[in-house]
Design a protein around this ligand. Structure first.
Ligand code: SF4
Length: 359
């Protein structure tokens, strides 16, 4: 596969153009088309000479994603299945919030982390996405939001969260470049405060986390309040201990000046035991953390069940009593399988039954 034009940060385009014997300003023009205008075709970049467009097309692809499915849930959540140029697929979701939209994007095709509660984990890792494939998800979702705005949003724009398929810190170089493109004024011009990285905190990911110098929002998923419990639920990421994961998260919180969210998936009879709540409270109290309690999104081929509401509230009470801010989060779009990896798995099972969208 050729690289994508969007794999390159806007600041690098002027130099790339001069290296090809073109004036530097051509690079700025191209970056403007790609990132500010969200233009998909070289043909329509009419202020670039036709000969330059032809030469660019020999070495680069202008787009890497095609929408093959778009589903809208009763609560307004929109889920997209994108086909990549090598016929792999990834998912992205638009979630309507009170005053803005949240874009949930993928960083990899599949995932190597094997978390017990996750549909994406089932097929293992196929490959990491390139920076352009990550950036294009956001631009495709933004275009959809322009065409079909949520009436309640006004012009509050969108946030981007890396909570789709893949472990972002397992594809760090591409994710880091994508973050630069998101936040560059000549890129998507997104405030860094509107970007959230969500990680299962694998050992090699913690090394990248310590190097991350952008004050993005950070969510860290623990899976258990002691090392054995964490490894049971998150066998790969759990090779990093609970202490290592939380210490790295705290270092990042102090560096970024932003409280880190600890995501806790509540699985009936497993992660919802009050003893775990007490341990979690001890681990997070008086530290720059808040806890999000997330009832399991049940999968159709697994016997893990979501925790009942009484137990969820009891779990939350233990944390609150210890002074830990704890919130219950219910994911939207359950009627369309919005949990990460579900749409892709269903499609892999019956490829011919799903028609592409009409628009
Ligand atoms: S929860 Fe995230 S890190 Fe774990 S397997 Fe799923 S995609 Fe990978």
């Amino acid at each position: 596969m050729k690289p994508l034009l969007r794999d390159i940060v806007p600041d690098d385009w002027p130099n790339l153009m001069t290296a090809r014997g073109e004036p530097a300003y051509r690079g700025r023009q191209l970056a403007h088309w790609l990132f500010r205008q969200s233009e998909w075709s070289l043909e329509t970049m009419t202020n670039l000479p036709a000969s330059l467009r032809e030469r660019l097309a020999e070495d680069w692809d202008p787009t890497g994603l095609e929408v093959v499915e778009r589903k809208v849930a009763a609560d307004g959540t929109r889920k997209f299945l994108f086909r990549l140029r090598d016929a792999q697929t990834v998912e992205s979701v638009i979630i309507p919030m009170e005053n803005h939209a949240t874009f949930c994007i993928s960083s990899q095709v599949g995932c190597a982390m094997a978390c017990r509660f996750c549909a994406t984990a089932r097929g293992g890792l196929v490959r990491g996405l390139s920076p352009g494939e990550i950036v294009e998800q956001v631009q495709r979702l933004a275009a959809d939001l322009v065409d079909n705005p949520f009436p309640q949003h006004g012009d509050r724009g969108f946030n981007v969260v890396f909570m789709g398929m893949g472990e972002p810190l397992d594809n760090y170089p591409a994710v880091r470049t994508a973050l630069d493109i998101f936040t560059a004024p000549e890129g998507l011009g997104l405030s860094v405060r509107r970007v959230q990285l969500s990680t299962s905190a694998p050992p090699h990911g913690l090394v990248h986390l310590d190097a991350l110098d952008l004050p993005v929002g950070l969510t860290i998923s623990l899976g258990g309040s002691d090392d054995a419990a964490r490894r049971k639920v998150m066998p790969v990421s759990g090779k990093a201990s609970v202490t290592e994961a939380l210490d790295a998260a705290e270092r990042f919180a102090r560096r970024s000046g932003r409280r880190v969210t600890v995501a806790w998936v509540l699985i009936d009879g497993s992660t919802d035991q009050l003893e775990q709540a007490e341990n979690l409270a001890r681990l997070t109290a008086n530290r720059p953390f808040k806890v999000n309690l997330i009832p399991l999104n049940e999968l159709d081929d697994d016997d893990l069940a979501a925790t009942g509401s009484e137990r969820i509230l009891a779990f939350q009470r233990v944390l609150a009593d210890a002074g830990v801010p704890a919130f219950i989060r219910v994911s939207g779009g359950r009627d369309i399988g919005a949990a990460c990896g579900q749409l892709r798995r269903r499609r892999q099972g019956r490829v011919d039954e799903i028609a592409p969208p009409s628009s």
